[in-house]
Structure formats: C-alpha cells, structure tokens
Design a protein around this ligand. Structure first.
Ligand code: HEC
Length: 113
C-alpha cells in the first residue's frame, strides 16, 4: 500500500476529530457551566475561606457556618453583595458573573438535611 495515501488518511481522520471537538464545545453549554462552578470554588477559596473555611464551617471572626445556613439563593447573594456585620461587601470587588459563581458555590456547601 502507498504510505503517502495512508498518512494523509490519518491526517484527515485526526483533523476531523479536532473539528468535531470544536463544534461540540461551541454549541454545548456544559463546558461553560462546569468552568463557572470551578471558578466559583476558586473565588471562594481565595476570598471567603479565610473566615468561612473551604468547607464553609470555619467560623473565623464570627463568620456564619455556611453548611447549616438557611438563606435562600437571593439572600445569600444579598449578603455577599452588600456585606453584613463583620463581613465586607463584595458587590464592588467581584464582577456580577463572579458573584453568581461564588453564590452557586456557597449553596453547594450545604449539608443535606
Ligand atoms: C472577614 C471575614 C469574612 C470573609 C472574608 C467572608 N465572610 Fe461571609 N460572613 C462573615 C461573618 C462575620 C458573617 C456573619 C455576619 C453577621 O450576620 O453578622 C458572614 C456571613 C455570611 C453569609 C450569611 C450566612 C447566614 O446564614 O447568615 C454568607 C452567605 C457569607 N458570609 C458568604 C460569604 C462569601 C461567599 C464570601 C466570599 C465572597 C464571604 N462570606 C467572605 C465573615 C466573612
């Protein structure tokens, strides 16, 4: 068999695989959602874990235990955006997307009842 034909066939196959991958990532929302959640966790670890702990339970300087918090999503967003007591407001520190992602992350720290 001709080696060049074989080689170009392989190149074509690889190119097609990459092309499919690109289309999938472009049309599907899943990869974007996954990265949003991941960045919510990163923001939390960087900005919030100091007082709340990575699992939300540290309670440093009077921080509320986020695993037993009963606030709904809007209330969590309000506390994070406007601050409360010893906790500063993050409304001017984080972008709306970052606020959204970190609020999502806070809700994942809840213990199932
Ligand atoms: C300087 C320490 C500190 C940091 C940093 C901090 N918090 Fe807090 N957080 C607190 C304290 C203290 C409270 C309790 C406020 C009060 O009610 O007086 C609190 C309360 C909360 C509550 C309300 C919980 C409830 O059930 O009432 C949420 C939600 C929350 N924090 C999320 C966050 C998030 C998200 C971040 C990061 C973007 C963050 N916190 C960063 C100290 C902190």
């Amino acid at each position: 068999m001709d080696v060049t034909v074989l080689r170009s066939a392989v190149v074509l196959m690889v190119a097609t695989l990459f092309a499919c991958d690109g289309v999938e990532n472009g049309s599907s929302q899943l990869p974007a959602d996954a990265s949003t959640n991941a960045s919510g966790g990163r923001i939390f670890d960087a900005q919030c874990a100091l007082c709340h702990g990575r699992d939300g339970r540290l309670g440093m300087s009077g921080a509320k235990d986020l695993a037993v918090s009963k606030l709904d999503r809007a209330q969590v967003a309000a506390v994070v955006t406007n601050g409360r007591g010893a906790m500063m407001a993050y409304g001017r520190i984080l972008t709306p997307e970052e606020l959204d992602a970190v609020v999502d992350h806070v809700l994942t720290l809840r213990r199932s009842p």
